[in-house]
Design a protein around this ligand. Structure first.
Ligand code: ZN
Length: 131
């Protein structure tokens, strides 16, 4: 193992994200399976839990949506890694500190610019690449 350079840290983050990506794909497949099982159950005339099914359907759909969103963020992070832009603030161009990247691997801004950006629009800590 080489020294603890920034590149090595980013490589570790990449490995973590790759692992997370695989987990997400498995999770999305599982959630989709649950969704279609639910749809199957709805078609059953004996099945009378309509309202509950709708709620579960909604919850599962939201879950898939969140999982897909995280997957997109991971893919965007990989793109920035390939382009050599990962870990660089899109606003000021400064290197984003490693501890911030460890905590929020999808961060595309340094903490200061992220704060400024948050004030302009309400959103989570996970900035999407188009923002
Ligand atoms: Zn910045």
């Amino acid at each position: 193992m080489a020294a603890n350079t920034r590149e090595n840290h980013i490589r570790l983050i990449r490995e973590r994200l790759q692992k997370r990506r695989r987990e997400l794909i498995t999770a999305i497949q599982a959630t989709r399976g649950e969704l279609s099982a639910l749809k199957e159950a709805e078609r059953d005339p004996e099945y009378e839990e309509g309202a509950q099914t709708e709620l579960a359907d909604y919850t599962l759909s939201q879950l898939v949506e969140n999982q897909r969103r995280e997957l997109m963020l991971i893919d965007a992070a990989f793109q920035r890694m390939d382009a050599g832009e990962f870990g660089r603030c899109v606003d000021c161009g400064a290197e984003i500190p490693l501890d911030r990247l460890e905590a929020v691997p999808f961060a595309i801004r340094c903490e200061e610019d992220a704060r400024l950006h948050e004030q302009e629009r309400t959103g989570g800590a996970y900035a999407s690449p188009t923002m």
